[in-house]
Write a protein that binds this ligand. Structure first.
Ligand code: DX5
Ligand code: ZN
Length: 218
């Protein structure tokens, strides 16, 4: 049995010429979390949102800020992101810093920590960390770019993670990020996803509140 997922609009799909208004638009539309993508141009061949942009919109809302860092050296980003107002930081298992060092550095700030993994990374690589984190994020597209198609074999990864979490009675969220739409969300939620990240589906809609409501009832 699945309960309702929380919805995290991904600001990467926002109109950057009016970033603050875009934050307000999805908060008004009912966002449960706001998802910010940080990229370093190295871990992924692209650049994303900067800590300064996150700080600039922090006062607009109390909705928690969920920051996803697609960077080679996550340790270098943590202080700046906490300063900017991050409530949770999710780093990639494929990054170059030692995972427990990153987990401890994030937890030291009393915020939540998540681990993401890319489509070609086996689920086994994140299993050993599930007892120490607040969120696990199987990427359903190659990280670095919005607007891609949901990779179907992510569903099997979600199922494996759900089983592992249930078996050990761990308390953590399963999120999914990339190509999440009203068509792709239901299967993911059925298998145990508790946080749906969606960029294009929400920001490119004229009725973001309807999309958020439909995703929540997926
Ligand atoms: C991709 C980012 C996603 C992206 C999702 O690397 O992590 O958060 O914004 O965008 P959509 O929903 O358009 O696939
Ligand atoms: Zn993301």
């Amino acid at each position: 049995m699945s309960s309702k997922p929380r919805i995290a609009p991904s600001l990467l799909a926002a109109d950057f010429s009016c970033f603050g208004d875009e934050v307000q638009r999805v908060v008004n539309a009912g966002a449960d979390l706001l998802h910010f993508d940080i990229m370093d141009g190295e871990f992924v061949p692209n650049f994303g949102i900067s800590p300064l942009m996150i700080a600039a919109v922090r006062d607009k809302t109390d909705v928690p800020f969920d920051v996803h860092i697609m960077v080679t050296h996550p340790l270098r980003y943590i202080d700046a992101l906490v300063e900017a107002g991050a409530d949770m930081i999710t780093f990639h298992i494929e990054s170059h810093d030692e995972p427990y060092a990153v987990i401890s550095a994030i937890k030291a700030h009393n915020i939540k920590v998540g681990i993401a993994f890319s489509p070609n990374t086996p689920t086994d690589t994140v299993i050993p960390y599930l007892s120490d984190i607040d969120l696990v994020l199987p990427m359903s597209v190659e990280p670095g770019l919005g607007g891609q198609k949901f990779i179907e074999n992510t569903l099997a990864k979600i199922e494996t993670l759900s089983q592992e979490i249930q078996k050990h009675q761990y308390q953590l969220d399963i999120s999914v990020d990339g190509g999440v739409t009203i068509e792709t969300a239901p299967a993911a939620v059925q298998l145990g996803v508790t946080i749906l990240v969606a960029g294009t589906a929400i920001f490119k809609s004229q009725q973001p509140e309807t999309v958020i409501k439909n995703l929540r009832n997926a």
